[in-house]
Design a protein around this ligand. Sequence first.
Ligand SMILES: [Zn+2]
Length: 241
Amino acid sequence: MLLMEQTWPDVRAYLERCRTIIIPLGSVEQHGLALPLGTDAFIAQAMAQEAGRRTQRLVAPILAPGMSLYVHMDFPGTISFMPDTYTAMIRDCVASLHRHGFRNFLLVNGHGGNEGCIQNAMAEMGYRLPGMKYTWAQWWRMPEINAREDEVGLGRVGHGGGSEAALIMHVRSGLVKSELFGRDMKEARFRTSQDLVRTHVTETGIIDAQQERATAEIGAELFELTVTRLTAMLADLESPA
Ligand SMILES: [Zn+2]
């Protein structure tokens, strides 16, 4: 159930039975030669929508672009908000929804660079807005995902890594150039935090990536594990304290 597809009376009626909303967050950021700039956004949006469909919960429009300032600007196409801007966007989105009566917020993040903004925005909103509860999820930090990644030899997510490639093959297969799958990690050492994913560290923009083992089938498995976890998180969010 997408918020954008409802009328305002639809939302008013929804709020009479439920005060929960799911907010996906993503990025517009280079993901190497084979994966689209919208990788993080497409994955988070699909996960949020499927969790919303199964639980009949509303899903807000995705907040993307995200915060990609520090490491991806060497590659054409990346769009980033400043950290303060993105934090304010999350805050304003939550505050708007809270004003209408939403009280339970599940944020589904698809991009590691957004973490600090989410933490700051939600800590402040949790403090300021009466009666609100929130939780947030990142698929690559879920233990069941990491266990499956190890079993199938995908390696951890890295940037544009095997599991990310598998997930985008599942949710938007037509956008993946699998003939360009590869590994990339130049010999360069990381001298400062800003070196990560810059052109002198990785030629193609992926890092710690083992894309060649990615398949849509593995992507579907990881997707299902995540959506299962999200539905459980929604139940926790809505359970009385
Ligand atoms: Zn990504």
